[in-house]
Design a protein around this ligand. Structure first.
Ligand code: FES
Length: 120
């Protein structure tokens, strides 16, 4: 079972290959996922301190590149928990202009993932 460690040192034990955005939300982290996990909004972004995945979906690469965010953050809706990670979630519902975090993402990665190695 992978362990997710947050920047406040709280830890979440996660079933293997659970979608990171759902692992965080189900672990009680105040998350946003405004597009419902389709790599469109970037509100689910996280910053890695350790354990940044080397796998990336093509949709995540494209969205981060379009938003000028490549190399700074990752999209938690595009990541599966298959190893230990240390990270910070960046956007919060509390204090945001939104009245909800967004539609709950599906258990599987959407859109249908095309896996690539994270470019450097
Ligand atoms: S990019 Fe919208 S929820 Fe991840």
């Amino acid at each position: 079972m992978p362990t997710i460690t947050l920047d406040n040192n709280n830890t979440i034990e996660v079933p293997d290959n659970k979608r990171l955005v759902l692992a965080l939300e189900d672990g009680g982290v105040d998350m946003l996922h405004r597009c419902g996990g389709y790599a469109k909004c970037t509100t689910c972004r996280v910053a890695f301190n350790e354990g940044e995945p080397t796998a990336m979906t093509a949709a995540e690469r494209d969205r981060l590149a379009d938003g000028g965010l490549f190399g700074q953050v990752r999209l938690s809706c595009q990541i599966l928990c298959d190893h230990d990670m240390r990270l910070a979630n960046i956007n919060h519902l509390i204090g945001s202009p939104y009245d909800s975090a967004g539609t709950r993402p599906h258990d599987e990665i959407t859109p249908d993932p095309q896996w690539i190695n994270r470019p450097h």
